[in-house]
Write a new protein. Structure first.
Length: 270
């Protein structure tokens, strides 16, 4: 009986914390349905353990989900100023879907029972593991995000260096300086991590995305085959931190901006 009394607060805590990993910024980009799967488990499993007393767990799950969504967005507010005004458009539908999932799970499990001690123990273990999802995901988020940023930056640096070398070789070897604007010519001299064929068709004059970074090349910057290559993380502090820029002179920079006559590399700041 004492174990059954614990089920309600544990359901509340588990459903609240399972939403935090989704709200965290920077986060792990978890699929939207994952917290809902744990909401279903955290409502259905205690319903079985309590011999069908489903309403209390529906209420605990509903309040827990709403609390988790509200507190999560407050603890990790989005850096997008415009996006902050639309937080409610995320919370309200997510909470509504969570209520529906909880209702379905509790009604589906209310007629099941766990009188067998081994089965009951297995359900308790699954219930505790479901509660642990939120805290474990929260603890793993920072190191995994740091690892993702490190991996993306290493890949971006290799791509950028190879793309710069390909541009220099194309500019030096081509009879016509205009070939620097030809993605296929650049591809022939490129030896870094792969870009797709579609990327090579659009990389000159546009940005293409690979491994969390956007890459673009801008030609016709001078009268003799001048160019600027720019690379930056699609989501700063989420996909990467470093920015890369280079032009036909070989000078490196961090970021690109129009200086009145051409796209120029910005100096790096320490």
């Amino acid at each position: 009986m004492r174990k059954d009394v614990l089920l309600v607060p544990l359901t509340f805590i588990g459903t609240a914390l399972c939403w935090w990993p989704v709200c965290m910024e920077p986060g792990l980009d978890l699929p939207w349905w994952l917290p809902l799967a744990f909401v279903a488990l955290l409502t259905g499993l205690p319903t079985i353990l309590s011999s069908g007393r489903w309403l209390r767990f529906l209420v605990a799950s509903t309040v827990g989900s709403l609390s988790g969504l509200c507190s999560g967005t407050l603890l990790w507010p989005t850096e997008d100023v415009i996006g902050r005004g639309y937080v409610g458009y995320f919370i309200v539908p997510a909470a509504a879907i969570s209520v529906l999932v909880s209702l379905v799970a509790s009604l589906a499990m209310r007629k099941l029972s766990a009188t067998n001690e081994k089965r009951r123990s297995a359900i308790w273990i699954l219930f505790v593991c479901s509660i642990a999802f939120g805290p474990v995901a929260i603890l793993l988020t920072s190191p995994l995000v740091a690892r993702r940023i490190e991996r993306n930056e290493m890949s971006a640096a290799e791509r950028f260096e190879s793309l710069s070398n390909a541009a220099q070789q194309t500019r030096q070897r081509a009879v016509d300086p205009e070939l620097i604007c030809d993605g296929q010519e650049l591809e022939a001299n490129y030896s870094g991590p792969p870009f797709s064929e579609n990327d090579w068709q659009h990389i000159v004059g546009n940005y293409v995305k690979e491994d969390g970074y956007a890459f673009g090349m801008w030609c016709h910057q001078t009268g003799s085959g001048g160019y600027t290559i720019d690379a930056y993380p699609v989501r700063p502090k989420v996909d990467g931190v470093r920015q890369f820029c280079a032009d036909e002179s070989g000078r490196a920079g961090c970021g690109m901006a129009w200086n009145g006559t051409r796209n120029a590399c910005l100096p790096c700041t320490k």
